[in-house]
Write a protein that binds this ligand. Structure first.
Ligand code: FMN
Length: 171
């Protein structure tokens, strides 16, 4: 499978089989995140892998959808912004780095026939409480991980001409 085919194969999976994620596949997904690039290679991230059913149910309080917590694994990307690289104008790259970490994992998962779905609309305080995340660390994104129980969906995206400018920005 070439890279574009893989990108097309990743979609937001919101229905999962109850079957467990094989250990070797989980390890590959985690390794893909670990190898992600980050600004100045700061790697200011921590990933919490949630498999315990009681913990998953509790996370379901932070994002109340049954398909979310009932997937066999939930991955929670946490960032320590104080350890991330900061540009001269003060911009902190923590969120950017965390997004790359997550994207590496979601694409790796798709390459292994596993489904994911970026979750941003969660209650961060509830996630902090369930996972005992300290105050200076922020949970920035979560995803269920499991065997998809729905077929690959085609992408709905703006045409390239609306997204890409050459040589200068055009409003
Ligand atoms: C940062 C981010 C946050 C998202 N948060 C949620 C979410 O809370 N719940 C959800 O169902 N989907 C969420 N999504 C999934 C998007 O809705 C989805 O990626 C988009 O509609 C494109 O569809 P596709 O992933 O199937 O290609 C999120 C995606 C991103 C990138």
């Amino acid at each position: 499978m070439n890279f574009l085919d893989l990108v097309k194969r990743r979609f937001s999976v919101r229905v999962y089989e109850g079957t467990p994620v094989p250990e070797e596949k989980l390890e590959m997904v985690l390794e893909a995140g670990r190898l992600a690039p980050s600004a100045a290679n700061r790697q200011a991230w921590r990933l919490v892998v949630v498999r315990d059913e009681r913990q998953r149910r509790a996370l379901g309080e932070a994002y109340p959808r049954d398909w979310f917590w009932s997937a066999p694994v939930i991955l929670v990307v946490c960032m320590d912004a104080a350890k991330a690289w900061v540009r001269a104008d003060g911009k902190n790259y923590s969120d950017v780095d965390g997004a790359i970490f997550m994207d590496h994992m979601t694409l790796c998962a798709a390459s292994l026939g596993l489904g994911t779905c970026w979750i941003g609309a969660f209650d961060p305080d509830k996630v902090r409480h369930v996972l005992s995340i300290p105050g200076h660390v922020e949970p920035i994104a979560m995803t269920p991980l499991g065997v998809p129980a729905e077929p690959v969906r085609a992408k709905s995206r703006k045409p390239l001409a609306e997204v890409v400018n050459f040589d200068r920005y055009r409003p």
